[in-house]
Design a protein around this ligand. Structure first.
Ligand code: CMC
Length: 391
């Protein structure tokens, strides 16, 4: 029975070959198609990174303009989908709405469900990348009872998203370039992360030949969990709960207590056993955004102090636990004006780029077959059925 390798959590199983993202967890290195994440976050744009992940190389100027134009042509949602939103309770979690709406896209864009045609796969990818900001912004608008805003394609990808989220039809909306840049950077930092749980989910769903919208909906569902994308929401809630630097030690002690299930949210990573390079950029961005917006947030002080205490604590040193991408992102998103419920939806928006790139790579792989893990059976041996009256 044990001819299979038992690897719970797939800690040592390579499920695929991929040329998209490279991580060296011991060194804290993250490369997309060979480019270091800090360079991309500093100099690139989310649209450029999206092109890079999908096509393998950074676009030339004209290629980027064409890509931008193509994405902007797909930003609108089928009008019928607005009705779909209205079926949800107003207090529905945006991730619940995203799972439903993205899955439902397959009922509207039938041509994109033909996964055998590379051109159709590309169109499906463009549609998903383009529609995610509209879908996420509509989830937010629905929750606060404001009217949906149609996309404005004269704005950048990120500027358009901010307007659809924070604008109202009664007034014109000026995109703040500092917020736009910070938001774009957050999208870049979340764009892809090789075979994490949600990406593996997308690949596994896609390996059966399921349509791309269904596969991305599966990825969204997986991302929602607090051990994965839901950690940004959980991290900010935790920092708020700590509230004061004086209470940090109490929470650090709880995180170390074997009998307490509490964990420091935004800390630790399956692959990084060194500082998550995305967390570094995120921390700098958090400081810059608060400074530019002339805001002070006591939560940033709690976060920075907590990080320092944990980094010098034997438990965290021994277990190689460092802040991850989710530790500081919530502080920026909160400063921009997003409620915590939206945080994971923003992660899903950005990660869609990685998901579609990985999904395309998988389908194009000649060695691709349906994903079908085996198991070690530990249940009852064969036995005979006994009628209920005789049990
Ligand atoms: N606080 C306290 N202890 C921790 C933490 C933490 N945040 N993370 C791991 N540990 C301990 C854990 O208790 C275990 O101890 P022991 O060896 O004594 O049993 C050891 O470190 C290894 O942890 P693990 O759960 O076996 O490691 P994993 O690779 O399965 O889990 C993780 C990785 C990210 C799920 C985990 O570190 C965690 O739950 N962190 C908090 C949630 C979080 O921030 N998630 C976001 C991850 S990055 C973004 C994303 O992927 O979406």
């Amino acid at each position: 029975i044990d001819k299979f390798t038992y690897d719970p959590g797939f800690t040592s199983t390579a499920s695929c070959q991929s040329a998209i993202t490279y991580i060296d967890g011991d060194q804290g290195i993250l490369l997309h198609r060979g480019y270091p994440i800090d360079q991309l976050a500093e100099h690139s744009s989310f649209m450029e990174v999206a092109y890079l992940l999908l096509h393998g190389d950074l676009p030339k100027k004209k290629e980027l303009e064409e890509f931008d134009y193509t994405i902007s042509r797909h930003t609108m949602l089928h009008e019928q989908l607005a009705t779909f939103y209205r079926g949800f309770r107003r207090d529905a979690h945006p991730m619940a709405i995203m799972c439903g709406v993205v899955g439902a896209l397959s009922a509207f864009y039938h041509d994109s469900t033909d996964i055998t045609d590379p051109q159709q796969r590309l169109i499906a990818s463009h549609r998903l990348i383009a529609k995610m900001p509209t879908i996420a912004a509509m989830a937010f608008k629905y929750s606060i009872g404001q009217p949906f805003l149609y996309p404005d394609n004269s704005l950048s990808y990120t500027g358009n998203f901010l307007r659809m989220t924070f604008g109202v039809p009664a007034e014109s909306y000026e995109v703040n370039p500092i917020i736009e840049k910070a938001m774009d950077r957050i999208f870049i930092l979340h764009a892809d992360h090789e075979q994490n749980a949600s990406t593996s989910t997308v690949r596994l769903a896609g390996s059966s030949g399921a349509n791309p919208f269904a596969c991305i909906a599966a990825g969204i569902a997986c991302l929602w969990g607090p051990a994965h994308g839901g950690a940004n929401e959980a991290a900010l809630n935790m920092l708020r709960e700590i509230g004061d630097v004086k209470r940090i030690k109490e929470y650090v002690a709880r995180a170390k207590d074997k009998n307490d299930p509490f964990r420091l949210m935004g800390f630790g990573h399956r692959v990084y056993k060194n500082y998550d390079p995305r967390a570094k950029v995120m921390q700098q961005t958090a400081e810059a955004v608060l400074k530019e917006l002339k805001l002070s947030d006591p939560v940033l002080d709690v976060a920075q102090e907590l990080e320092q205490i944990a980094l010098h604590d034997d438990y965290f040193i021994e277990k190689k636990l460092y802040p991850n991408v989710d530790f500081y992102s919530g502080i920026i998103l909160n400063a921009i004006g997003f409620p915590t419920e939206m945080f994971t939806a923003l992660f899903a928006l950005a990660r869609t780029v990685g998901w579609v790139a990985q999904w395309n790579e998988m389908i194009s792989d000649p060695e691709q077959k349906i994903g079908r893990p085996r198991q070690l059976y530990v249940g009852a041996t064969q036995r005979d059925y006994i009628p209920a009256s005789k049990r």
